[in-house]
Design a protein around this ligand. Structure first.
Ligand SMILES: *Cc1c(COP(=O)(O)O)cnc(C)c1O
Length: 256
C-alpha cells in the first residue's frame, strides 16, 4: 500500500501546494518581514533523480541533500547535468572535514548549510579556490545546536559570534549566507513559538549587532515539512522541505 503510494507520488502537485502554503504563511508575518520571500529548499535525499528533474521542470531550483556521496552521484548524473543546468545544491547534512574537498568538487554546489567548527571553515576556505570559479566565494551557513541536545550537530548559541568573526576575518573565500538549525523533533506549535526558532533569530540579532551585519543579509534556515509555516511566521527565510514534496523516505540503512 505504502510502496504504491510512494511510487505514484505527484511531485508537481506537492511542490505547488508547498509553494502556496509558503506564500500564505509569509503573508501572516510582521510588516518588516514582508519584503523577504522565504526560499524553498526541496530536500531530495534518498529520492531518485527523476523526481528531482520533475521538480526542476516545475521551476524549483534549490535542492538539499544530506550525504556527500549521494549528492556527488546525483549532481554528476548525466540527466541532471543536461536537464538541470541552473540547479543549486544545498548541502544540509553533517560534514566531516576529511570529506570537504569531495563536496567542493561537486558541480553546482551552491551552499553548505552545516559549517559547525573553525576547523571545517578553515578547510573549506583553503580548498574552495581549487574548485570554485575564479574569485568566487563559497556560500556557507553556520549550523547552531539551538536545542542543546547532545546528539544534534552544530555550535552552541554562545559560540555563534566567535565563529562568525572567524569567518568574516579569516575566511576570505567564504560568504556567510546565514544561520541554520534543525531543532528538537516533534515540537507542537500550539505550545507557543518554537524556542529553537526564537533562539536562532536571537543568534542572528547578536551577530548583526556585534559584527555590523545587516539582518536582511543573513538568512535563517529553519523549518521542515512539519513546521515550515510556523518557522516562516517566526522569520525563517530558508525552509527545507522533503517528504511533503517527494513522499515519505525509505528508512535509512547505511550510516554515511
Ligand atoms: C531530511 C531533512 C529535512 C527535510 O525533512 P522533511 O521532514 O522530510 O521535510 C530538512 N532538513 C534536514 C537537515 C534534513 O536532514
Amino acid at each position: 500500500m505504502l510502496i504504491r503510494k510512494m511510487a505514484q507520488v505527484d511531485v508537481k502537485t506537492g511542490l505547488k501546494l508547498i509553494l502556496s502554503r509558503i506564500d500564505e504563511a509569509s503573508k501572516t508575518r510582521s510588516p518588516e518581514l514582508q519584503a523577504i520571500q522565504p526560499r524553498l529548499i526541496a530536500v531530495s535525499k534518498l529520492k531518485p533523480t527523476n523526481l528531482i528533474i520533475e521538480a526542476y521542470e516545475e521551476g524549483q531550483r534549490h535542492f538539499g541533500e544530506n550525504y556527500v556521496q549521494e549528492l556527488e552521484e546525483k549532481a554528476n548524473s548525466p540527466e541532471i547535468l543536461e536537464r538541470c543546468k541552473d540547479i543549486k545544491w544545498h548541502f544540509i547534512g553533517h560534514l566531516q572535514t576529511n570529506k570537504a574537498s569531495k563536496l567542493l568538487a561537486i558541480p553546482n554546489l551552491y551552499l553548505v548549510e552545516t559549517v559547525d567548527s573553525k576547523k571545517l571553515a578553515m578547510n573549506l576556505n583553503k580548498n574552495w579556490p581549487n574548485f570554485g570559479p575564479p574569485d568566487s566565494k563559497l556560500n556557507i551557513m553556520l549550523q547552531v545546536n539551538t536545542s542543546g541536545e547532545e546528539e544534534k550537530e552544530g555550535i552552541k548559541p554562545s559560540d555563534v559570534c566567535d565563529l562568525t568573526k572567524y569567518v568574516l576575518e579569516e575566511c576570505s573565500n567564504l560568504r556567510l549566507d546565514g544561520l541554520m538549525t534543525i531543532g528538537r523533533f516533534g515540537y507542537n506549535p500550539e505550545d507557543g513559538p518554537n524556542p529553537d526558532f526564537i533562539c536562532l533569530k536571537r543568534c542572528r540579532d547578536e551577530i548583526c549587532q556585534n559584527c555590523g551585519l545587516d539582518w536582511k543579509n543573513i538568512n535563517l534556515s529553519m523549518g521542515m515539512s512539519d513546521d515550515f509555516e510556523h518557522a516562516i511566521q517566526l522569520g525563517s527565510t530558508n525552509v527545507r522541505v522533503g517528504s511533503s514534496i517527494f513522499g515519505l523516505r525509505p528508512p535509512k540503512i547505511n550510516n554515511q
